[in-house]
Write a protein that binds this ligand. Structure first.
Ligand code: B12
Ligand code: SF4
Length: 467
């Protein structure tokens, strides 16, 4: 059987003029995971439109497309094309799960939720000539998942070819997050076994890893055992975590650092605590954000702070306040988003019920456009403030100010190199992407992550200031 797996891209990622580095960071891990279930006799290809031009003149038997909200239009276009040519088209992923009725008119089969239970069932049905039109994931487990088909990934096209997930979902329930909708009807958070996770890590070449788990620290016993197992593997890694995990899992965090954690993406989301209540981001309420940043910095871990603008308590001053706070804390990189009510989230329902959605053009639901009526800002104030925040945070003056918060010359230089590297050298990234050698910058990333600080001993007590 000829199987073609496709990750379509949103228009911005395919521009002939300029390619932002963010679209050449990670390979299509979800599709490579699904490919693991195919048989050796199958002829399989995996195409990622973010990094390569799609060849659409072939005639596969089965076309598998992963659909995100911002690439839905493109995904449906490709799906329609292959269906017209007689291929069986299977659509799945986050957007299909949110809006199955929209997706099913472009597919022979759709999949709701994660694919580890439904996909092998479908393959069996398909080979038997009786595929169903819709599969709904209910049995959630990562036990017995076959090895990811990383051989299908064109490593040289990515800055971070070694992305990995060892869990699915998250134990929290924030109002704006995709995850409650995606995992409904079954477990909302589950992990691999530690042994399976360590075996997967072992299979990855080189030193650098990026854990794409929504919340790698979501199960402290799992995280602790994983980091114990990773000690001595000589890895450098990055991941995402919460303020709560940073402040309240001291032993786990120390073990993470000892096993190679060098930079953490932290969901601060808002510096306005009233917003946290509104978005049900309870795990951040009453927590000392500055203490979290200090703690990470003391352990030599760089911070990528994530912030969302446009929540109902945000007024015109929110942009400057957020940027100032982030610079004062010495946060190395920041990711700003405009609040976006993804379909099938509690936030979307609330906005729709209040008549606040401006449109349903999914192309623009990319966290860079305003798609709803904000409460204390106009849509144009919100959009302008968002872009200003990026400009203000990444101007050289701000980068140098942020660097001043570091105690040593080495720390300051590292801050400048890392913060400047992302936004100030986009044209160089663009060149590298075009020459199809993005991975060649990986040693530079590793060098910046390399940390000469004395490592803390696992098991040391939490610092007094946190008590
Ligand atoms: C890595 C990542 C990126 C990377 C690369 C994406 C990639 N190569 O896949 C980059 C940086 C490019 C990126 C960009 C964006 N991202 Co992004 N990203 C992620 C992240 C952190 C991890 C994705 C991942 O690899 N997961 C692990 C794999 C194993 O899971 P999976 O991909 O979901 O695949 C499984 C299932 O979905 C399912 N499945 C998927 N497809 C199919 C198809 C079939 C047929 C079947 C059976 C099953 C199936 O089976 C797979 C195995 O279980 C997610 C958060 C998350 N946890 O998913 C956000 C996330 C997907 N991104 C999101 C967004 C909003 C964006 C951006 C629009 C905005 C932004 N400001 O960054 C852009 C544009 C995306 C686009 N191209 O259209 C949202 C998506 C919301 C939505 N409803 O679609 C997420 C969920 C983040 C969030 N919490 O809001 N992203
Ligand atoms: S903590 Fe992050 S991943 Fe978990 S529900 Fe909230 S926003 Fe989603």
């Amino acid at each position: 059987m000829r199987v073609k797996l496709i990750l379509p891209a949103l228009t911005e990622a395919t521009s002939p003029f300029f390619r932002p580095i963010k679209y050449s960071l990670f390979p299509p891990l979800g599709l490579a995971t699904l490919a693991g279930y195919l048989s050796d006799e199958d002829e399989v290809s995996l195409s990622d439109e973010h990094v390569e031009k799609l060849e659409l003149d072939d005639e596969p038997d089965l076309v598998v497309i992963q659909v995100y909200i911002t690439s839905a239009r493109r995904a449906y276009e490709i799906a329609d094309l292959y269906r017209a040519r007689g291929a069986h088209v299977a659509l799945g992923g986050l957007h299909v799960t949110s809006l199955p009725d929209e997706a099913e008119s472009h597919a022979d089969t759709i999949f709701l939720g994660p694919g580890e239970d439904t996909w092998p069932q479908f393959l069996e049905d398909f080979r038997a000539g009786a595929p169903a039109p819709r599969y709904l994931s209910q049995h959630r487990t990562l036990l017995g998942v076959p090895p990811i088909r990383r051989d299908l990934i064109k490593r040289r096209l990515y800055l971070v070819p070694n992305s990995i997930v060892v869990s699915r979902g998250c134990p929290h329930v924030c109002d704006f997050c995709y995850k409650v909708a995606f995992f409904k009807g079954g477990k909302q958070f589950y992990t691999q076994t530690v042994d399976a996770a360590l075996a997967e890590i072992d299979r990855l070449p080189g030193r650098h890893l990026y854990f794409l788990d929504d919340h790698l620290f979501g199960s402290p016993p799992f995280a602790e055992a994983l980091f114990d197992g990773m000690r001595g593997m000589n890895r450098l890694w990055q991941a995402a975590g919460t303020v709560k995990a940073v402040l309240e899992q001291p032993r786990v965090l120390e073990k993470a650092v000892a096993s190679g954690l060098r930079s953490l993406f932290v969901g601060f989301e808002t510096v306005n605590s009233d917003n946290l209540q509104e978005q049900r981001k309870y795990q951040n309420i009453g927590r000392d954000y500055s203490a979290a940043v200090r703690r990470l910095r003391d352990l030599g871990v760089m911070v990528n702070g994530s912030f969302v603008f446009g929540m109902d308590h945000d007024g015109p001053d929110v942009f400057e306040r957020t940027v100032d706070w982030a610079i004062e804390q010495g946060i190395e990189t920041a990711t700003f988003h405009i609040l976006t009510p993804y379909p099938d989230t509690a936030l979307h329902e609330r906005m729709a019920a209040d008549g606040r959605l401006l449109h349903r053009d999914w192309d623009l639901y990319d966290t860079r456009h305003v798609v709803f009526q904000p409460a204390r800002l106009t849509p144009s104030e919100l959009a302008a403030g968002y872009w200003r925040a990026y400009r203000d945070f990444y101007r050289w003056g701000s980068i140098l100010r942020g660097a001043q918060t570091k105690g040593t010359l080495r720390g300051r230089l590292k801050h400048i190199g890392y913060a400047g590297g992302w936004k100030k050298f986009e044209p160089l990234w663009d060149l590298l992407i075009r020459s199809r050698r993005t991975v060649q910058a990986l040693p530079l990333l590793e060098a910046l992550l390399e940390n000469s600080r004395a490592q803390p001993q696992p098991g040391t007590e939490p610092r007094a200031q946190l008590g």
